[in-house]
Design a protein around this ligand. Structure first.
Ligand code: ADP
Ligand code: MG
Length: 728
C-alpha cells in the first residue's frame, strides 16, 4: 500500500470539519424535544390518564389496559408529529449495546384501507425472537421464549423515524436476560434498605435514590485508516503496531485545544443528546492522542445508564458523519492510555439530601458518616465481586496492566476523611461531629468541612475514590454497560445497610440513644476498614500488590477466575437476600460471561494469526527479496569482498529471517492451543484455556512490532500508530 498510504495520509489531513447545522434555538429550548417527558404527557394525555401514568412511574403501580391504550395513543400522536412511522422495544441484552426490533404503526383498518395504530399492549410487551441472545442456558432450563416489558421509569424517546420504548428483557418465568432488570432490582433494594436508616434522621424521607454520573472516554480514528486495519474493524483494537516515537509523553493532548473536526463532532453529539434530554456538560481532550471524554450532569442511575447507552449509539453514528470511527474499546492502542468510564455514584433522599456529602449540623454529619462507612464496608466485603463486575476480555487490558486501575479494589478517602475516621475511633461515642470552623478551637472535637473544597489530593491510581460528595468507581470499562457495576455496587451497599440497621436496632433495644447506638456499631467497622480497604498510596506499585494480599484484598488478575466470584456462597447469599439475582440467574450469567470472554479472545487470536500470515510475513518476505537482490548484485561485482560490502544488508536479512521464523512458530503454537481449547465443553475451563491464549498473543505481537521497525516503510501493509493517532 506504499503509494496508496501516502495518498490516504494526504486525504486524511485535508478532511475538514463539517459545518454543523446549528439550531437557531438555545439548547435549553430544544432540550428533551424528542422525549415523552412530563411536558409531553401533560399535553398529549387527559389529566386522569396523566395522573395514572405518573402514579405508575413513581409508585410502580400497574396501569390498567384502558389507560395503557390512552397512553399509547397520546404517544403515537406526538410521535407522528415528528414523522415517526415505527416503534421498537429498546432493551439491553447481555451482548454489548442495545437491541431493537422495529414494527411499523401500520394496520388494516378493516375497511380495505390502512391506518396507523399503537395500543397499550404493544407499549407494554413485545416478543422479539430472542433465541439468539446469550442467556447461559436460562431459556433452555426454564422456558423457551423471552419477552420485553416497558420500563415506565425511563421515558420513551424518538430516534429517526422510530419511537423507542425502554424495556426490560426477561424469560417467561421471570428470569432476567438483560442488564436493566437486575439494575432495577438493585435500585429498589438500596432504596428499601437505606430509607429506614434515613428515617432515623429525618422522618419525612420516603425514598432513597441512587445517582450515576458517567464519564465516557473514547478514541476517534480517521475512517480510511480504520478500513485498512482488519484488527480494528473486527476486534475494536490494534493487535499489532509499534509505538509511535511521539505519543503522550509530552502531556500536550490532555485538556489541549480540541481539533476543529473533533469539535464539530462533539457539537453534533451535544445537539443530538440535548434533543434526547441528555444533560451533557463536559467535553475535553484526554491524555492519549486522539482520546477524548464526554460527561453529563449526574442523574438517577437507571435513567442515566439508559442515556449512556443512547449516547454510545449516537456517537457511533455521528462519528461516521464526520469521517471518523469511534473506538470504545478499553485499550485500542498499546503503550498509551486506555479508555474507562468512571462511574460517579452516590445516594440521595427524596427530600434533597445527598447522603455522601457532609450535613449541615452534627446529626447530618452523623448520617453522612453512617453512609460513608457502610459503603466502604460493602466495598471491602465485596471487593472481589466488584472487580468481577467490571471484568471483561476487553477491560482486562486496563486492569493490572500498569495503568488505571490496578486489579485490586481499594478506596481512596483523602486526608480529611481519613483523619475524621481516626478521630471517630478515639473519641467517646456521643461526641458530636461538628462543622469545621464553626466552633472555634478544634482541640478534642471531631470536625468535618461543610464542603470539600480541596479535591486536589485526588488519587488517579485509586479504583474507588471518594471525591467530595460521591464515590468514583473508576475501574469500569469504556465499552461496558454501567449496569454491571451499578447493580453489584448498589446490591452490596443495600445488603450492608440491612446488616447495619439490624445491629443498630439491637443497640437501641438495649436502651442506648440513637446517635450513640449508631456510633457504637460504626466504630468496629471503621477500625476494620481503615487498614484494609482504605488505601491512599500509589496503586500502581509492586509493594501495593504485596500489601493488598496481606490485607486480604483480592489480587486475582485472570478474568475467567474473577468471574467465578459471582457464584461463590457469599455472593449468592448477598444477591438473593437483596432480591437482585437468583442463584440460577447468577449461574446462567457466568456461563454467558465465560462464553463471551472465550469468543472475544478467539476472534482476536484468529485475526492476529491471519494478519501475521497474510499481511506481515508477505511484506517481510518482499523486503527480504529486495535485500537478497541487493546482496546478489553486490556479490556479482565484488565476489571476494561482498560479505564486507553488504554487511548491513546481510544483518538486516538475518534479522528479518529470524523475526519471520519467530512469528511463524508462535502462530503455529497458538493455533494448536486454540484447537485444544475448542474441544473443552465446560465454559469456565474453556475460558481459562483462552486466558492463556490471550497471553500468547503478546508473544506474537512482539516480533511483528520489531519487524515494523525494520521493514521498508513503503512495504509495510498497515497504517502505523503515528498515522492512526495524529490525524484529526
Ligand atoms: P472529574 O473531575 O472527575 O473528571 P467530571 O466533571 O468529568 O469530573 O465528571 C464528574 C461527574 O460526576 C459528572 O457526571 C457529575 O455530574 C458527576 N457527579 C457530581 N456529583 C455527583 C453525585 N453526588 N453523585 C453522582 N455523580 C455526581
Ligand atoms: Mg472523574
Amino acid at each position: 500500500m506504499s503509494k496508496l498510504r501516502f495518498d490516504v495520509v494526504q486525504d486524511a489531513f485535508k478532511k475538514k470539519a463539517l459545518d454543523v447545522e446549528t439550531p437557531v434555538a438555545r439548547p435549553s429550548e430544544y432540550f428533551g424535544e424528542l422525549v415523552f417527558n412530563r411536558d409531553k404527557m401533560r399535553k398529549y394525555l387527559k389529566p386522569s390518564t396523566y395522573d395514572a401514568l405518573v402514579a405508575c412511574i413513581e409508585g410502580d403501580k400497574a396501569l390498567d389496559r384502558d389507560i395503557a391504550d390512552q397512553v399509547a395513543e397520546g404517544m403515537k400522536v406526538w410521535a407522528m408529529e415528528h414523522g415517526v412511522t415505527h416503534i421498537t422495544h429498546w432493551f439491553q441484552p447481555l451482548t454489548e449495546g442495545t437491541a431493537e426490533k422495529h414494527d411499523s404503526f401500520m394496520e388494516y383498518d378493516g375497511k380495505g384501507g390502512m391506518i396507523e395504530e399503537f395500543n397499550g399492549k404493544s407499549l407494554f410487551q413485545q416478543e422479539p425472537d430472542a433465541s439468539s441472545f446469550p442467556n447461559g442456558g436460562i431459556r433452555a432450563t426454564f422456558e423457551a421464549r423471552g419477552y420485553t416489558a416497558w420500563d415506565p421509569t425511563s421515558p420513551v424517546f424518538i430516534q429517526g423515524d422510530t419511537l423507542c420504548i425502554p424495556t426490560v428483557f426477561i424469560s417467561y418465568t421471570g428470569e432476567a436476560l438483560d442488564y436493566k432488570t437486575p439494575l432495577k432490582r438493585a435500585l429498589k433494594a438500596v432504596c428499601d434498605a437505606a430509607t429506614p436508616i434515613c428515617q432515623m434522621f429525618d422522618p419525612n424521607v420516603k425514598k432513597v435514590y441512587s445517582y450515576l454520573g458517567w464519564e465516557q472516554e473514547y478514541f476517534l480514528v480517521d475512517e480510511d485508516f480504520y478500513a485498512a486495519r482488519p484488527d480494528l474493524m473486527l476486534t475494536g483494537r490494534t493487535l499489532m503496531g509499534h509505538e509511535s516515537s511521539k505519543n503522550q509523553q509530552l502531556d500536550d493532548h490532555y485538556f489541549g485545544a480540541i481539533p476543529s473536526r473533533v469539535a464539530a463532532f462533539m457539537r453534533d453529539i451535544e445537539i443530538a443528546g440535548y434533543r434526547l434530554g441528555i444533560p451533557l456538560k463536559t467535553r475535553h481532550n484526554e491524555v492519549a492522542p486522539n482520546q477524548f471524554e464526554l460527561a453529563p450532569i449526574y442523574g438517577e442511575t437507571n435513567l442515566s445508564n439508559d442515556q449512556n447507552q443512547m449516547i454510545m449509539n449516537l456517537m457511533n453514528d455521528i462519528a461516521r458523519k464526520h469521517k471518523f470511527v469511534l473506538l470504545l474499546h478499553e485499550k485500542p492502542f498499546a503503550g498509551i492510555n486506555g479508555s474507562g468510564k468512571h462511574n460517579n455514584w452516590s445516594l440521595g433522599t427524596d427530600t434533597g439530601t445527598l447522603l455522601l456529602a457532609p450535613g449541615k449540623d452534627p446529626l447530618g454529619n452523623l448520617q453522612f458518616v453512617t453512609f460513608f462507612v457502610n459503603v466502604l464496608m460493602a466495598v471491602q466485603k465485596h471487593n472481589a465481586l466488584l472487580k468481577a463486575s467490571i471484568a471483561t476480555a476487553t477491560n482486562a487490558h486496563r486492569l493490572g496492566a500498569n495503568e488505571a486501575p490496578p486489579a485490586i479494589i481499594s478506596s481512596f478517602l483523602g486526608k480529611t476523611m481519613t483523619e475524621v475516621l481516626r478521630k471517630l475511633l478515639e473519641m467517646p461515642s456521643d461526641t458530636p461531629i461538628e462543622i469545621a470552623g464553626k466552633t472555634g478551637a478544634s482541640v478534642g472535637l471531631i470536625e468535618i468541612p461543610e464542603i470539600f473544597v480541596d479535591n486536589t489530593d485526588r488519587n488517579r491510581t485509586s479504583p474507588f475514590a471518594f471525591t467530595g460528595n460521591r464515590f468514583e468507581f473508576r475501574a469500569v470499562g469504556s465499552s461496558a454497560n454501567c449496569a454491571g457495576a451499578m447493580t453489584t455496587l448498589n446490591a452490596a451497599v443495600a445488603d450492608q445497610l440491612l446488616t447495619f440497621k439490624a445491629d443498630v436496632d439491637k443497640e437501641i433495644a438495649k436502651g442506648k440513644p440513637m446517635t450513640e447506638a449508631i456510633m457504637d456499631v460504626l466504630k468496629p467497622m471503621i477500625a476494620d476498614i481503615i487498614d484494609t480497604v482504605c488505601f491512599d498510596g500509589n496503586g500502581y506499585t509492586e509493594e501495593w500488590k504485596e500489601e493488598a494480599k496481606r490485607r486480604g484484598l483480592d489480587t486475582e488478575i485472570s478474568v475467567p477466575e474473577m468471574i467465578k466470584e459471582f457464584t461463590k456462597p457469599e455472593a449468592v447469599e448477598m444477591f438473593t437476600r437483596t432480591g437482585v439475582y437468583t442463584k440460577a440467574e447468577l449461574e446462567a450469567r457466568n456461563e454467558v460471561k465465560w462464553e463471551m470472554y472465550t469468543k472475544k479472545v478467539q476472534i482476536e487470536a484468529r485475526v492476529l494469526g491471519r494478519m501475521a500470515i497474510n499481511h506481515i510475513i508477505p511484506a517481510a518476505l518482499t523486503y527480504k527479496a529486495k535485500l537478497l537482490g541487493i546482496i546478489t548484485q553486490i556479490k556479482d561485482i565484488y565476489p571476494d569482498s561482498y560479505k564486507e560490502m553488504a554487511k548491513t544488508e546481510i544483518k538486516l536479512l538475518e534479522k528479518v529471517t529470524r523475526l519471520v521464523e519467530e512469528i511463524q512458530d508462535r502462530v503455529s503454537a497458538m493455533v494448536e492451543a486454540r484447537k485444544a481449547a475448542n474441544k473443552i465443553e465446560n465454559e469456565y475451563e474453556k475460558a481459562k484455556a483462552y486466558y492463556d491464549i490471550a497471553e500468547s498473543l503478546f508473544a506474537i505481537r512482539r516480533p511483528i512490532d520489531k519487524l515494523e521497525e525494520v521493514v521498508d516503510n513503503d512495504m509495510w501493509p498497515l497504517p502505523k500508530y503515528r498515522e492512526l493517532l495524529f490525524i484529526s
